[in-house]
Structure formats: C-alpha cells, structure tokens
Design a protein around this ligand. Sequence first.
Ligand code: NAP
Length: 463
Amino acid sequence: MEHTAMGNYQKIKVPANGRKIGWSSGKLEVPDNPIVPFFPGDGTGPDLWRATQMVLDAAVDKAYDGKKKIAWMEVHAGLTALKHYDKDTVLPQETVDAIREFRVAIKGPLTTPSGSAKFVCLDCAAEQSGIDGNRPKTCAKCSSEWVTPRFRSVNVGLRQKLDLYACVRPVRWFKGVPCPVKSPEKLNIVIFRENTEDVYSGIEFEHGTAEQKKVYDFLTREMGKKFNPDSGIGIKPISVTGTKRLVRMAIQYAIDHKKPSVTLVHKGNIQKFTEGAFRDWGYEVAVQEFRQHVITEQEQWDKHDGKVPAGKIVVKDRIADQTFQQLLLRPDEYSVLATPNLNGDYISDAAAAQVGGLGIAPGANIGEGVAVFEATHGTAPKYTNKDMVNPGSLILSGVMMLEHLGWQQAADLVVKALEATILNKTVTYDLERQMTGARKLKTSEFGAAIVRNMDSPARVQVA
Ligand code: NAP
C-alpha cells in the first residue's frame, strides 16, 4: 500500500488526523480516515458546501459507528485562490499538486467570465474594459478592488492539468421531484463524457489577429479550404488515445454494474474524421478488448435475431441530435452513454432537466488514479450568501465520492435520506415552486433535514 510522505504546501494545511489514500494495482486503498481535499467554490458554493459536508460527515459517522471519518483538507481555486495567492492565480499549482497527491477531491461550482472584455471584477463579476488596456484600480460597478485579467475556465484547466479524462454523470429520477415528462422513472443513465479534447482543447484564433490570419492563409492556400476570412477559428481534435480510454472506462463500468448497453453518441455523419472516428474507435475498443462481454447492435440483428444473449452488453451508436429525442421518447432503451466532449456537455444538462433539473444532478471528473467530484450546475451568483439554493447536486456528487471510496453503506444512507426529505415535500425554493403543498427550506435546513431522516428514513420527519 502506497503511503509516501506528504508534500509541503504553502497555503494548504494538511490535517494531522488523516491519512493519504493509497494506489496499488490500479485500485484505491482507502484508510479509515482519508484526507480529502475540497474547495467550496464561488458564489453559492460555500452555502452548498456547508450543507454537503454536514450530510456526508453524518452519513459516514452513522454508517460506520464513528470508525471512519473523512479528514477534510481545504484547497483553493477560482475566486478564493485569487485572495489567497497572487492576484492573477485562479488555479494555483499547489492545488493541482495536492489533488494529484491525495487522489480524491470534491468541489463546488467555479466562476468563468464569459464576455469579451479584458478584465473582470471578482466580487460582482462585472466585465471591465480598462483604460488603454490597463487594469482598472476598482470595479466600475461595485468599486471592489478585486479586478483581475480575464481567465479561462478553472474547471477546464483542472481537468486538463490532472488529465481527468472522463466526466461521469449519472442521471436518474428521485421520487417526488417535479419534472416536465410523464414517466421520469424510465430515464436511468450514466453519461461518460470525454473531458479533455474536442472544441474544449482551447485551440482558438480570434478574428482580426495575426494568428488567425496565419491559420486562415494556411487553410485556404495550402489546404485548399474555403471559408469567410472574417471568421474566428477553432480546432476540434479528437484522438485515438482520448476516445479509447473513455470508451474503455464506460464499458468497464457497464460490466461492473451489470448494465445492458453502451451507446456511442456522435455526429459522425457530418464530422467524419473526429466524431465519426470516435464511433469507429469506440467499436474497436469494444470488440478488441471486451469481446467476451459485448456484442454490437449489428451482431444482435445479424447473428441473434434481434435478441441479446444472456449476460452480454450491447454496444450501439446513435447520432447526437437523434439521441436527444430518443432520450425523451424511448428513455428506457438507454443505459450507459459514451460521448465526445461537446455532445456530452449538451446531453447531460438536457437529461438532467428531464428528471427535474441541475439542482440535483451530480458529476465526477475521473482520470488515472485521481478523481474530482463536483456539482454540475454553476455558481448561481444571484443567490450568493442567501442560504437558498439546492445542495442536492453537490450532496449526490458526495455520494458518488463515497461509492468511489468503497463506502457504499454511507452512500446508500444519504440517498435514502435525501429521497425521504424530498418525498416529505421539505425542499429548497427551486423544487418548492414546482410542488403543491411543499415547505420551503433554506440550504442549511435542507441539509439538516437529510441528516435527521438518516435515523428513520421510513418515518419521514418534517424539519
Ligand atoms: P448557473 O450558475 O448554473 O445558474 C443558472 C440558474 O440555474 C440559476 O439562476 C438557478 O435558476 C439555477 N440553479 C443553479 N444552481 C442551482 C442550485 N444549486 N439550486 C437551485 N437552482 C440552481 O449558470 P450560469 O448563471 O450560466 O453560470 C454562473 C457561473 O457559473 C458562470 O461563471 C459559469 O461559468 C459558472 N459555471 C460553473 C460550472 C462549474 O463550476 N462546474 C458549471 C456551469 C457554470 P433560477 O434563476 O431559475 O432559480
């Protein structure tokens, strides 16, 4: 079991009462008191995190009679990092190093400025142009001194630096959650979204720049392509390596959890050498590496008269746009989905909406021996410090984390208590406004109600 000395950190306090998670033969080795890095995130993140930590700690304590306990270790990223470190450091290297060293982390949502201005205020997120391109001393809107140069997404940076190549999002309905479809219980899928490539690789050239002109000239003169010279240009790389490791993880998950199918979702009819290749390489992994476990949908019809032999997983593929309507019209025909980055981004949010919204949709970013669990929604900045938003997404991401640690009893306890709390119609504003006769709870009260319902989930308690 690997338990090497712990790294020296400048602004991160390593808890003395915890031990490092080990890694041996491709598996985690989890002590009873694992050190787990966390960062609450920006905006509503701190409210969400307080409720989440309370629920996870209570579940672990109750499930294991106090014999197991997570030693939480705060690390910094996003706006908080700018206040702890250098003003322009949104993703400090030691945060990345600590997550890599301690292997399992959990995070709240982080801000990403989205306009074209050169600077952004960290307190109110207003965009600023600056005078002659210089950084303004204070924010024009709220007078805060925390005006910083624009930065790229910290989430994307984290995924790339830690090579967290799979974004895993289970989507299922929780009884009692209001939602827009008639039979929400029919959707029960796990999406494996490639996390490092595609249009997210950050290879972009802005219209009007020398770089854009160089790329434009190369593509038109040397490659014979035709398009408007006043275009912004983005590159979409999808590789054999990136595709195969993602599809491998999805198929292995389907085998481990006895799932009936894996669907490769692509837009290969239009983008043949990227999305089409994703489909082809996905099938290659299936038949070359998992032959004894899988049949392709083609084989299902050609060799088995449309029937699936017992114990086999069907690997099939669907065009991305068609997948959206299939998930709505025939949701129970889908189980595990493997997708390139952009398709996965769209599909996971649409699927989450189908079963009641992002407020309770969890997620994880997983790489080789390292994983970061996270809420799937953003920072919901207008609700900052109002103790109001739904912590369900972050709590359920914590459930995925407990499962990843092998602490299934604690994970099950949280899910049962969360279900009981929702069934009891004691919910946060987002669900309350869609239910009749529900009682609106604050974020912290919702967390406390879940903890109470761990004791007797069958006899649902009103907060
Ligand atoms: P958002 O923060 O997800 O919020 C959009 C709306 O979704 C909110 O106004 C709210 O709807 C609802 N919502 C979000 N979280 C909720 C929760 N926990 N409980 C209940 N309702 C919730 O999306 P955004 O406004 O587009 O993005 C804000 C910032 O978050 C941006 O800087 C963006 O880059 C960032 N972001 C971060 C992540 C991440 O860290 N993983 C993901 C997405 C976006 P109502 O107004 O209807 O109540």
